[in-house]
Design a protein around this ligand. Structure first.
Ligand code: ASP
Length: 318
């Protein structure tokens, strides 16, 4: 295995309806700064990697996601959206593309950084996915502190819940009701690709509802021979479209570029299902891609030339 390949990281902070006119300058700057901080945190880990230190793309995606989980701006960790019962239940997953190892957790309520727990399920348990109480008892055994659910709840998410409960449709991505799921994909010097996703799910969801984000193949997938992908969008559709794996499978079976594969799934397949959302990805040559059919996707990348871009809206420089 080569030890000096190109490195790159791409992150998202959720795809959905982002109305330019509703985003004040102050809030837009806050998002752009946090996205940059998260991308840099992950990239910094990649620059320190070497063959001896092993697969740093795992540590890189964790570093990037933890920054966003700790920020109230995103629908993951602190600031997660609320269930119908006004509580927070979080899902997360991670997959490493060399071994095809994966870890996921769903419906956790007391874990400050769900992505760290998903990683520990991958590397310290015999299982791929743990849920609810079982996931939290595993966490306790591995030294995690269980924190009060109120830590995750914010007044802004409460207002959002009240707004949606006062409408007739219940759950929808039509407004910014679930916006802010976070994800990261990175490739390290060894050519190892890792993808990860973390979310509070969708506003007003039933308790116990699980979306695509912790489902390996739907919200997250990585295979060094094809690509790594993290998704954001209406989970019920993304699960049925097996979005992340379908994109990687198209790269493998059709021999097409990752951008084309992502566009086929996001702009055609999902669009035909009337499903809104998007994906980020990296291929084995460290090319970074974004694809989304919504009005926006909070996203950033540091590419193989070390160039940073931070984007929100549809335009390529937006
Ligand atoms: N995919 C997430 C879910 O359905 C939500 C999102 O990405 O906006 O739980």
């Amino acid at each position: 295995m080569a030890n000096a390949g190109p490195i790159a990281i791409v992150i998202h902070g959720g795809a959905g309806t982002i109305a330019r006119e509703k985003l004040t300058d102050e809030v837009e700057v806050a998002y752009r700064q946090k996205l940059e901080e998260a991308a840099r945190a992950g990239y910094e880990v990649l620059t320190r990697s070497s063959k001896e230190k092993g697969s740093s793309s795992i540590d890189a995606v964790i570093a990037a996601i933890v920054v966003m989980e700790d920020s109230e701006l995103f629908n993951a960790g602190k600031g997660s959206v609320l269930t119908h019962a006004a509580t927070v239940e979080m899902d997360a997953s991670i997959m490493e593309g060399e071994s095809l190892n994966a870890g996921a957790i769903a419906g956790v309520r007391h874990i400050r950084n769900p992505i760290r727990l998903a990683r520990d399920v991958m590397s310290r348990s015999d299982h791929v996915m743990l849920i609810g109480e079982g996931a939290e008892s595993f966490a306790l055994e591995h030294g995690y502190e269980l924190i009060d659910n109120s830590y995750f709840q914010t007044p802004q998410r409460m207002r959002q819940l009240q707004r949606i409960q006062n409408t007739t449709t219940g759950t929808a991505l039509s407004e910014d009701n679930s916006l802010g799921t976070v994800g990261a994909v990175a490739i390290d010097r060894n050519g190892n690709i890792t993808a990860a996703t973390s979310t509070g799910g969708m506003t007003n969801k039933r308790f116990g509802r699980v979306g695509d984000s912790p489902i390996i193949g739907a919200g997250t997938y990585a295979d060094n021979s094809a690509c790594g992908v993290s998704a954001s969008g209406h989970g019920e559709y993304f699960i049925r479209a097996v979005v992340a794996h379908d994109i990687c499978a198209r790269v493998m079976y059709k021999g097409i570029a990752l951008q084309q594969a992502a566009d086929e799934v996001v702009l055609i397949k999902l669009k035909n299902m009337h499903a809104e959302g998007g994906v980020i990805g990296i291929d084995p040559q460290a090319n970074v891609v974004f694809s989304f059919n919504s009005t926006g996707m909070y996203r950033a990348a540091i590419d193989k030339d070390g160039e940073l871009e931070v984007l929100i809206f549809k335009g390529i420089s937006d």
